[in-house]
Write a protein that binds this ligand. Structure first.
Ligand code: NAP
Length: 277
């Protein structure tokens, strides 16, 4: 049976880092077998076609073993050097990085990298040379002096509702391009369609859990990257999605990587019988 085989593979896997904590000694793939050192750029590269008239939607989150996704409002303390590298690799995949306003503010989002090496990696993945940030917000209460709004050559996109406050809208348009869809809340499917009209083929949600919950509820999540940090946090663990639970969606495991006692899991939607993807 496949599941048993996976666990046997993991059980027999000899960790390359021994018992020492946090050694940055290369990323190893333990599933599919055989366990081998890999270049993350290679293992994350894949076909990610449009899904109908919307972009392919990926989600990337880091969580402790018990589901904690932030410490004092930020996720950085959950990561490590290996996790940072994988985060950077995943960021070379999408045209658009989608983020909820709470995360964009609390994590102090910056304009995405424009370095020559990042551009080259992104082009190899078939992505735009530079990713664009798209911030989802109904209230538009964020601070427009945040770094992501301060580089005119890299205007972010603000995704909001059609009935958003016109005065706030006017302020926002000085620093960002606008997508408006949905009345009381953003219609996330329509937002993705509008991003596809801008030419985006792949969108990466970097959370937080509320935005992810909305995407999951609408059945819009095609691929999930989950970094499991070797930590237990306790407290009010909430997981990587939040909100009303939709019927369970089945995913299939695509790979398991490990470095520094972290697990890097990649799942995609299980193909449906009627799927044309
Ligand atoms: N562990 C990780 O990988 C990870 C990743 C990301 C974030 N985080 C953590 O998660 C926390 C924030 O997550 P969160 O769930 O509280 O917030 P969030 O998902 O980042 O943002 C929620 C906000 O996004 C806007 N929004 C989302 N969906 C919307 C829709 N359909 N229509 C209109 N607006 C919508 C609303 O903004 P307005 O209020 O402006 O209307 C809402 O209040 C932070 O502490 C962050 O550090 C962790």
């Amino acid at each position: 049976m496949v599941v048993k085989d996976i666990f046997v593979t993991i059980w027999r896997f000899e960790p390359p880092f021994g018992s020492r904590p946090c050694q940055h000694q290369g990323v190893h793939q333990i599933f599919p077998p055989p366990a081998t050192e890999v270049d993350p750029d290679d293992v994350y590269r894949d076909e990610r076609p449009l899904v109908g008239d919307r972009p392919w939607l990926m989600m990337n989150m880091v969580s402790t073993i018990d589901g904690v996704t932030d410490i004092d409002g930020v996720s950085a303390p959950l990561g490590g050097p290996g996790d940072k590298d994988i985060f950077g690799t995943i960021r070379t995949l999408p045209d658009i990085i989608l983020v909820g306003s709470t995360t964009a503010v609390s994590e102090h989002y910056n304009p995405p990298s424009t370095s020559v090496s990042t551009k080259a990696r992104r082009l190899a993945n078939g992505a735009w040379p530079v990713a664009r940030i798209a911030v989802v917000s109904g209230q538009l209460d964020f601070d427009l002096t945040l770094p992501m709004f301060q580089r005119p050559a890299q205007r972010p996109i603000v995704v909001t509702t059609v009935d958003a406050d016109p005065i706030k809208l006017e302020r926002v348009t000085e620093h960002a391009d606008l997508i408006q869809c949905g009345d009381t809340s953003v219609n996330l499917l329509q937002a993705l369609r509008d991003l596809a009209e801008l030419g985006a083929q792949r969108v990466l949600s970097e959370g937080g859990p509320s935005l992810n919950g909305g995407l999951l509820r609408e059945g819009l999540v095609d691929e999930v990257f989950l970094s499991v940090a070797p930590l237990m946090g306790g407290g009010d663990s909430r997981g990587i999605t939040r909100g009303d639970i939709p019927p369970f969606q089945e995913l299939i495991l695509r790979h398991v990587l490990t470095e520094d006692h972290f697990l890097f899991l990649r799942y995609t939607q299980a193909p449906q019988a009627s799927d044309t993807r």
